[in-house]
Design a protein around this ligand. Sequence first.
Ligand code: NDP
Length: 309
Amino acid sequence: MPNILFAALTEAWDDYETHLRSALDDEDLQYTLATDLPPAEVDYIVYAPNSTVRDFTPYTRLKAVMNLWAGVEKVVKNPTLAAPLTRMVDDEGLTQGMVEWVTGHTLRHHLGMDAHIVNPERIWDDTPPPLAKDRPVTILGLGALGQACARALTQIGFHVTGWSRSKKDVPGVTCLAGAEGLDAALTTAQILILLLPDTPATTNLINADTLARLPQGAVILNPGRGPLIDDEALLTALDANVSHATLDTFRTEPLPRDHAFWCHRRITVTPHIASTTRPDSAARVIARNIARAERGETLHHLVDRTAGY
Ligand code: NDP
């Protein structure tokens, strides 16, 4: 009978508890689930990096740590963690939330909505926006979320290019990889969407050099992670070829009140709300994975500790 520690600071614990119990019951598991258990008796930790658990050493019989979030940068390098680490994938709530945020902000810029929402001069500019098929969009990161967003944007009609570490095959999407692929992905990107993880290899990927490769008037959406962008280089590019950046993630969160991004007229700040793990759907993902492990099967959604995601 596995002992499951829920180690995440969240106001939604009641919700998580209800849904986890229901999902674990559906898996026919006998278990103990609590927010406080003797470390030496814990088999699984359902984890968020905001938890008070920092040292995994006392958890001597740990079978896995299951990160509630898709991003693992705050736990992946923890030297005290020897057990397998999984991350949140296949939570349809998390995926759908990201698809909606990305689609909404892409359409805002594609349709030029701002000009009509705030139009104090009452200017009647009847220039129609181009069709989606004439607006090339690039997504850096073709993982679970990048592919879902690519599919949604393709269905609307956008020509989507995706870029990842290993070459992907996503119907209707131009899939690129590697350094040469990045160049082609950037030079066509009228709207650039960042859905990469925060790893040593992706830090400052969007810098003065890569920003300069974007076409004139390019828009950047960053629901990925703050460190993907060199902040100073972005501010400089906003005076050159980049027309707007809509940012959901930042190096420091909450974004400090005196940060230049808050009052820049070509930056929209959203407070890391692009998407979030949803207790009902996430509970099913976690319960399924614990059931797999209890049957002796390989865990799903294992993090590659070397690659960092
Ligand atoms: P995945 O791990 O499924 O996908 C990551 C993608 O990035 C993969 O395609 C991977 O390539 C690619 N990648 C990683 N490193 C490199 C590199 N060095 N060069 C090129 N491509 C690289 O992650 P998800 O899609 O689930 O999530 C993406 C990110 O979204 C998360 O890491 C998190 O930071 C962010 N996020 C933000 C949220 C928000 O509310 N703002 C909510 C949830 C997630 P390959 O396929 O070859 O491995």
